[in-house]
Ligand binder design. Structure first.
Ligand SMILES: NC(=O)c1ccc[n+]([C@@H]2O[C@H](COP(=O)([O-])OP(=O)(O)OC[C@H]3O[C@@H](n4cnc5c(N)ncnc54)[C@H](O)[C@@H]3O)[C@@H](O)[C@H]2O)c1
Length: 282
């Protein structure tokens, strides 16, 4: 069912790689709610992923941009305004990558070039995007920018590695830029801290299956799915949340407020090294 909550709104959606991407479901939901948008990803992801399929389904153009490049971002913002016919009302920044995570390096044995790259792609890119948008005056009043975060910004998930610092920086940029963009142009900026979700980036984290199941059993509502996340993003893009900004909002079925759940406790066997779920992962 659609309520046309985004009718007449224009935007950019970053980060749809394939059907499992959080941005994929978000794009489909935005389309359903009447929004029009341009899709963006790296040239490589466009070539090897399925963005073009999504663009056909949503009747949207795809523009390549590396989020670490200010030239690419400025070009994308200019082209999106031209294609969509005016300034933008929403942006979804659904981008993250850490080679240290991909290479499964221990936190105390990280490659620093990869660490810096992870911060650049996963966090600083939001600042670059917002600064470029501000300079080009690309966003309408009360436009809504949403990025995706994870509770690893606040707590240690021992294989989340340098992405913990990237997410902490990302959430800090949400607050700092949210203040400046809000007071100058009434643009709002929020991050959604999402449950573990089976996406390409998610499944690249060592032990992902175990912490997916652990989170599911810890959360009174269970893990939030990608489709739930998409629906929540719609509310943040809509006019119903006009006064919400600079927040990290937990979209996690209650995980972040739970200390220990009955489900987790009843699966714990003292003296047993396996806990809740074990698929033979490290
Ligand atoms: N999957 C989870 O469990 C989970 C949980 C919480 C938050 N998140 C966050 O959600 C966001 C989306 O990830 P996802 O889980 O949908 O995985 P995904 O792999 O489908 O999406 C990540 C996207 O980032 C893009 N990307 C990487 N480097 C880029 C660059 N230099 N320029 C432009 N785009 C680039 C990739 O091409 C890909 O489309 C990420 O920020 C991730 O950290 C994921």
């Amino acid at each position: 069912m659609s309520n046309q909550l985004l009718k007449g709104k224009r935007g950019i959606i970053f980060g749809a790689l394939n059907e499992s991407s959080l941005a994929w479901d978000a794009a489909k939901e935005v389309k359903k709610e009447g929004g029009s948008f341009v899709l963006s990803n790296t040239a490589l992801a466009i070539r090897f992923g399925k963005v073009n399929q999504l663009s056909e389904e949503c009747n949207s153009k795809v523009i390549a941009a590396d989020v670490t490049s200010i030239d690419d971002l400025s070009n994308l913002l200019n082209q999106a305004m031209e294609i969509l016919g005016g300034k933008l009302d929403f942006i979804l920044h659904s981008v993250g990558m850490s080679r240290n995570v991909v290479k499964k390096r221990e936190y105390y044995d990280l490659d620093y070039n990869d660490f810096i790259e992870a911060l650049d792609i996963s966090a600083l890119s939001l600042h670059k995007l917002l600064q470029s948008a501000m300079k080009l005056d690309a966003l309408n009043e009360y436009a809504s920018v949403v990025t995706l975060s994870y509770i690893g910004a606040q707590r240690v998930f021992f294989t989340y590695s340098d992405m913990s610092q990237a997410k902490a920086m990302l959430e800090s940029i949400v607050r700092s830029f949210g203040y400046h963009y809000g007071s100058q142009k009434k643009v709002r900026i929020n991050s959604v801290s999402q449950s573990p979700t089976r996406t390409t980036a998610g499944k690249g984290i060592r032990g992902f299956d175990s912490f997916y199941h652990f989170a599911d059993k810890m959360s009174p509502l269970g893990n939030a799915s990608s489709n739930d996340c998409a629906k929540f993003i719609i509310t943040l893009f809509s006019d119903y949340t006009r006064m919400v900004t600079m927040q990290t909002i937990y979209h996690d079925g209650g995980f972040s407020s739970t200390g220990i759940s009955k489900e987790v406790l009843s699966n714990y066997r003292p003296g047993c090294t396996c806990f809740v779920h074990d698929q033979g992962e490290e």
